[in-house]
Design a binder for this molecule. Structure first.
Ligand SMILES: O=c1ccn([C@@H]2O[C@H](COP(=O)(O)OP(=O)(O)O[C@H]3O[C@@H](CO)[C@H](O)[C@H]3O)[C@@H](O)[C@H]2O)c(=O)[nH]1
Ligand SMILES: [Mn+2]
Length: 359
């Protein structure tokens, strides 16, 4: 008889956020795993298009008109005609956890042929600690049938709170355009049965395709940077969020895990279109990465919002020399936090709001 403790459903504490430009038939395959959850659908592109959602799902849907109505001028920080728009869903959610998935991602099978409940694995990842300060060579020590290995300091075995769970993809890998062009037929067939904590001080390329996070702990850092219509860059929205989030997680002693669960990524987007979107990013990231690698946050920054605002100031000071886009991005980062706090008033920022309204 299995003694493995069952994973809580968290059905009333988790929203599923889906950015989309198409009908959501893909949900049929996820129905057994998703039907109990509330969906937040962020419709991108033409707001007059009707997005069909299969019967039986509980959802709220926001198109561009809704985003403009709700945020007013602050809607300028939400990308248009890019999957980065998904972060609006994080902002309007009222739940503790978020899982975001693309509409061309389906249920994958593990090597035994069993369908993978990606959401359940993300919840497992988020509910168990991370180990960013000392690498466990047997990977996730909190997993059934594993543990800390010899030489792992007992004083560090409690781990830290997990803020982000980064899942992977079978079939179409999340490659950049140059790699896609060179290896058009490459498919990811390797199922690696592992979850690892990304060590403190190490950045990683966060993909928004199959991603979950603790919204109460790290939500304000999950701004998917300004991309798409009118912007000189695309397909770096999730990367930007991941780099900001990792610097802030390291500062606030929070963990990020990557590995299981896998989803089945069914469609490769057009590599030529992607090359146009990524072009600047491929050059700029050679300067962006050293910026994040050397970014430091002050000890006075003890909340995600404070860290994020401090980071935005550094982006404006240190990256604007690359391109004026970074001044716009830094301003959008501040607007995002203002919008987040407006939609998610807490004790602290309520006090600030009341002070500013008395001026
Ligand atoms: O203008 C758009 C285009 C697409 N979407 C929705 O976003 C996701 C991802 O779209 P798609 O699967 O077509 O693109 P990919 O290249 O596979 O996406 C990966 O690259 C990253 C781009 O930033 C993204 O995070 C990865 O998932 C789908 O749900 C589309 O419907 C959109 O909203 N607006
Ligand atoms: Mn895709």
């Amino acid at each position: 008889m299995s003694t493995t403790p069952s994973t809580p459903l968290l059905k009333d504490e988790l929203d599923i956020v889906i950015p989309t430009i198409r009908n959501l038939d893909f949900l049929e395959q996820w129905r057994p795993f998703f039907e109990k959850y509330h969906l937040i659908i962020v419709q991108d592109g033409d707001p007059s298009k009707v997005i069909k959602v299969p019967e039986g799902f509980d959802y709220e849907l926001y198109n561009r008109n809704d985003i403009n109505r709700i945020l007013g001028p602050k809607a300028s920080c939400i990308s248009f005609k890019d999957s980065a728009c998904r972060c609006f869903g994080y902002m309007v959610s009222k739940k503790k956890y978020i899982f975001t998935i693309d509409d061309d991602c389906f249920v994958a099978k593990d090597p035994t042929g069993k369908e993978i409940n990606a959401l359940q694995q993300h919840i497992k990842n988020l509910l168990s600690p991370s180990t960013p300060h000392f690498f466990n060579t047997l990977y996730d020590p909190y997993r059934e049938g594993a543990d800390f290995v010899r030489g792992y300091p007992f004083s560090m075995r409690e781990g830290v709170k997990t803020a982000v769970s980064h899942g992977l993809w079978l079939n179409i890998p999340d490659y950049d355009a140059p790699t896609q062009l060179v290896k058009p037929r490459e498919r990811n067939t390797r199922y690696v049965d592992s979850v690892m904590t990304i060590p403190k001080g190490t950045l990683f390329p966060m993909c928004g395709m199959n991603l979950a996070f603790d919204r109460e702990v790290i939500g304000p850092a999950m701004y998917f940077g300004l991309m798409g219509d009118g912007q000189p860059i695309g397909r770096y929205d999730d990367m930007w969020a991941g780099w900001c989030t990792k610097v802030i997680c390291d500062h606030l002693n929070l963990g990020i895990k990557t590995g299981l669960p896998y989803i089945w990524h069914s469609k490769a987007s057009n590599p030529f279109v992607n090359l146009k979107k990524e072009y600047n990013g491929i050059f700029w990231q050679e300067e962006i990465i050293p910026f994040f690698q050397t970014a430091t946050l002050s000890k006075e920054s003890t909340t995600v919002q404070a860290c994020y605002i401090e980071l935005a100031k550094q982006v404006k000071e240190k990256l604007s020399k690359i391109d004026p886009y970074f001044t716009k991005l830094a301003d959008a980062m501040v607007t995002w936090i203002e919008a987040w706090d407006e939609l998610n008033p807490t004790g602290e920022n309520l006090a600030k709001l009341s002070i500013s309204s008395k001026k």
